[in-house]
Design a protein around this ligand. Structure first.
Ligand SMILES: NC(=O)c1ccc[n+]([C@@H]2O[C@H](COP(=O)([O-])OP(=O)(O)OC[C@H]3O[C@@H](n4cnc5c(N)ncnc54)[C@H](O)[C@@H]3O)[C@@H](O)[C@H]2O)c1
Length: 338
């Protein structure tokens, strides 16, 4: 058995974490022989609930789980961590303005960015899930300048999984017969689920999705809006936001980042844009198709053709992210204490 790695999960007393922690502790993310120490962060009023979660994790009797440390202190949670999964965020309350929500989250992710900068390993892999995930990841990065900017990512894997599942159902194939679906942009209703480069394996043959589905109007219409609005549809039905599927998205994202993507496949990750890729402005955490190598390094897949339809959609989501970033930075300028 190798030395344990340290993995922090924030929002650990919440509903996504409740679906996620077991998967991490039993080796689904970092591998079936990799022991883990899990540090679980939540806010002080949730420590009682969090202790219940710790008891349950212990009662799972999982051999890979070396230790569990619950805390309400980010510097304890992030001490020497190899991976940090930032799920906890300020939820939108009734009557709350979008800007107030953004401001509250800027503060949370500023504090957590500073703590990561101070105490985490310099090669820590950070996945931000708490919404607005892309901008929260950008703020975390901004306050952790000693950690490479590539190490901050936001989750759009749930969106990718949703899109993949829609195509698989339409083609009557298992979900893993659909590959290279791309989510571009923000994890929000402006995201662009793009299947122009995606492939379906059916009856031993690989077909472009457009040829397999044979319904361009659906692919350019209802398919896109179904994926964009899926989160809202789950909330309307469940009266709670996606949790099981969000946890699965986290597992998929982190597992691929840790172990590498399969040959010939790419996955969507919100990563820092350099200003030279697919016409997206710099200093945004934007979801791109990415390939990950076995050493955990990733690259945005280049050279995919962007037609006029796609260009328009990429620009809409980039515009939203730029506005969100500018609002977030404006809060920091006006109120340095936040
Ligand atoms: N990126 C995605 O695909 C995706 C998908 C689903 C949900 N989400 C987002 O994930 C977040 C969590 O969702 P949930 O359903 O688990 O919510 P939840 O309300 O059940 O749990 C959130 C937990 O975070 C904690 N928390 C709040 N502020 C914190 C802080 N500063 N530090 C540590 N913990 C803190 C809360 O106390 C709570 O226990 C939400 O922002 C949600 O919108 C993202």
């Amino acid at each position: 058995m190798s030395e344990p790695i340290r993995v922090a999960v924030t929002g650990a007393a919440g509903q996504i974490a409740y679906s996620l922690l077991y998967s991490i502790a039993r080796g689904e993310v970092f591998g079936p022989t990799q022991p883990v120490v899990m540090t679980l962060l939540d806010i002080a009023p949730m420590m009682g609930v969090l202790n219940g979660v710790v008891m349950e994790l212990m009662d799972c009797a999982l051999p890979l789980l070396s230790n569990v440390i619950p805390t309400d202190d980010p510097e304890v949670a992030f001490a020497n961590v190899d991976a940090a999964i930032l799920v906890g965020a300020m939820p939108r309350r009734e009557g709350m303005e979008r800007k107030d929500l953004l401001k509250a989250n800027v503060k949370i992710f500023m504090v957590q960015g500073k703590a990561l900068d101070k105490v985490a390993k310099k090669n820590v892999k950070v996945l931000v899930v708490g919404n607005p995930a892309n901008t929260n990841a950008l703020i975390t990065k901004k306050f952790a300048p000693s950690i490479p900017k590539e190490n901050f990512t936001a989750m759009t894997r749930l969106d990718q999984n949703r899109a993949q599942a829609q195509i698989a159902a339409r083609c009557a194939v298992p979900c893993n017969s659909v590959r290279n679906v791309i989510i571009w942009g923000n994890h929000s209703s402006t995201q662009f689920p793009d299947v122009r480069h995606a492939v379906v394996s059916k009856d031993g043959k690989d077909l472009p999705v457009y040829d397999a589905v044979k319904d361009d109007a659906w692919l350019k219409g209802d398919f896109i809006t179904t994926v964009q609005k899926r989160g809202a549809a789950v909330i309307a039905a469940r009266k709670l936001s996606s949790a099981m599927s969000a946890a699965k998205g986290i597992v998929d994202h982190m597992k691929d980042w840790w172990a590498g993507t399969k040959e010939g496949e790419y996955v969507s990750m919100g990563v820092i844009s350099d200003g030279n890729t697919y016409g997206v402005g710099k200093d945004l955490i934007f979801s791109f198709p990415c390939k990950v190598a076995a050493d955990h390094s990733y690259q945005v897949v280049g050279g995919l053709d962007i037609d006029t339809f796609s260009r328009e959609k990429l620009d809409i989501t980039a515009k939203e992210l730029t506005e969100e970033r500018d609002d977030a930075y404006a809060f920091l300028e006006v109120d340095s204490n936040l």
